[in-house]
Design a binder for this molecule. Sequence first.
Ligand code: SAM
Length: 308
Amino acid sequence: MDLRPVDSVNTAFEHYKNIIPDFSLFQESLKVLFPVHLRINGLLATPSKVVAALKKKGICLKRVSREYNTLYMAENLPYPGNLLEYFLGYIHPQALTSALAAMALKPLKNTFVLDMCAAPGGKSAHLADLMENTGFMVCNDLYTNRHVPLGHTLSRLGVQNSVVTGYQAQEFPLRHQFDFILADVPCSCEGKFRIEPKGIPYREDKGKVQLPEIQKKILLRGFDLLKENGEMLYATCTYNPAENESVVNFLLNERDAELLPIDLGVVFEPGLSEWNHETYDRRLTRTARFYPHRIDSVGFFMARIGRK
Ligand SMILES: C[S@@+](CC[C@H](N)C(=O)[O-])C[C@H]1O[C@@H](n2cnc3c(N)ncnc32)[C@H](O)[C@@H]1O
């Protein structure tokens, strides 16, 4: 595999200059560290009590939006994993955009849910929280070594409605159908890039070329696993249209899928209608692109898909 480190945030994403709005602000946002965001875990804690307990420790939690009383930005908290509240499962440090994925899927109580690529489990635990530990959730991840952190996350956060499986998501057995499915697929992770030391170094990676093929297979299998009127969320943490709109466009060509509106009460941009001489289905503008200079979190993409 040919890995080519890109040293400068000023050159890393030049090829997206025409699709990322306010590109110079976007570049500036990559030069500052990520803020710490926390989700308060409703399965074991109540937001007001956690906010008060952390305030006593000199940690100020600020709500990210009026819509959610469980998502906060933390000030004066460089290492949230050292807090007692972390070990007790009251809080889970999570990128804001990651937390919004479960909010966008919004699984209902007493439903049958599949998380196709679940480890290390932050989003699975959030889905269980929204389901209030009812129903049944299958947390799948191909790599068994990643089942260890996945199991720890589920156990620490008090999840009791789930099992862990280790299938290739694109070959997940078609024996059962699900009401809600999350496909938080392996991707090039471009959205996690910020300048070092805290950000990850961005690398041009030829392996990226194969990712869209795997992502298309996972999305197609996920759709085929949905019950009638079931809903699915396709998510990546990359800006790359070949892993985002192009993958969802493939599904729309292959299946009678609907693109459902995403209503989160935070700022995002609509999905693209074209890229690199490829024109996408007009409905792709219902997908959501999250940029760090708009939301101060990991760059992200979401498509909410319905089965008629
Ligand atoms: C973006 S991460 C998922 C993060 C997770 N949803 C969370 O919020 O903690 C993608 C995951 O997909 C898993 N994975 C990679 N290829 C896979 C495949 N073909 N089938 C199932 N899981 C796969 C990786 O092990 C990785 O844990």
